[in-house]
Design a protein around this ligand. Structure first.
Ligand SMILES: [Ca+2]
Ligand SMILES: [Ca+2]
Length: 177
């Protein structure tokens, strides 16, 4: 009985970690699909596309539907994402302007302000650990310093509808040096 209990204690964190890694892996796949679509959209139209899971968000889902932009040759992605596509639950949005300031070259100085034109993927995760792992994969950062607000990937507490959750932002494409 004692052995069974010890095994259970040892296995639970392993299962939790495997589940988290699977969620991160799925999120990275979604990010790649969005990035590919965003780059193709830009190549055809010279503009930044947009896609969101939010029904109440006043944007065009123009990776999917032609809203009259010259050169549009989509759809660039096969369907609209839903909250179920985010393995952590809730929002995935491809923004066409930076929703937060970015320090893309990690020198400690913000070089992309809010509203700067470009594609940024934002999505929610359920823990700082998940956000940190994603940041490390994207930016290949160490965990010290200001990694969470530097590089292509950063995170912050959600300012949106779930104030207790973490929102991860990944800059994918802005066609600027
Ligand atoms: Ca910088
Ligand atoms: Ca980072």
């Amino acid at each position: 009985m004692a052995i069974v209990a010890i095994l259970a204690v040892a296995i639970v964190p392993v299962i939790a970690s495997a589940r988290q890694n699977a969620r991160i892996s799925k999120m990275l796949q979604i990010m790649e699909a969005l990035k590919t679509a965003a780059v193709l959209f830009y190549a055809d139209t010279g503009q930044y596309g947009m896609l969101t899971t939010k029904d109440n968000f006043a944007v065009n889902n123009n990776l999917l539907a032609d809203d009259g932009i010259t050169g549009w040759d989509g759809p660039y992605i096969d369907r609209k994402f839903t909250a179920d596509d985010n393995p952590f639950g809730s929002i995935i949005t491809l923004y066409k302007a930076y929703p937060v300031p970015f320090d893309l070259d990690s020198d400690g100085i913000q070089d992309r302000g809010m509203g700067f034109p470009g594609n940024v993927i934002g999505f929610e995760v359920d823990s700082q650990e998940a956000a940190q792992k994603i940041d490390q994969i994207i930016d290949q950062d160490g965990i010290s310093g200001f990694w969470r607000s530097r590089g292509r990937c950063q995170y912050r507490l959600s300012f949106d509808i779930f104030p207790q959750r973490l929102f991860v932002f990944i800059a994918v494409y802005d066609n600027q040096p």
